[in-house]
Design a protein. Sequence first.
Length: 186
Amino acid sequence: MIWPFYLMAIVALLSTIRVVTNTNPVHALLNLIVSLLAVAGIFFIVGAPFAGALEVIVYAGAIMVLFVFVVMMLNLGAQTTEQEKLWLNSSAWTVPALLTFLLGLALVWMLASGNTAAHPAIGTHDVGPKQVGIALFGPYLLLVEIAAMLLLASLVAAFHLGKREPVVAKDDSIKEDFVRDSEVQP
């Protein structure tokens, strides 16, 4: 059970490096999803299935959808659309697809081996939702609330930055700024 741990750790590190170094926000988000899934796999390996399930549902699911909506809401314009068409080739998907394949390979091996009970996990006892809730909303209640407010503030800031004001044209008619240049009639 040691090589799946190292494989998922390497996948998490490589995809996180690609998140930081990637200039395209959509590709960075795809790599971040792969990284979060690798961390969830690590949680499953070390004997924390509840934390792994929360990682998949909350982070790789809900928060990543929120990030994708924020990026889409920014609507960076026609120049970004043309740049996306150039980037959407098979080479842009090679590394995330390879890392996801490696995660799937480790998962299939762990499920097919069937000897997960023979090798005890690092944690010797199960941690259920009740213990996690008591730990989070006991001494760490303020930190949980601050994290929630930080996420809300980032969403509001992204909406404010992505909001476009109407532009007054030469003939004193108001045209929306978000209308593409090809749709505007001279």
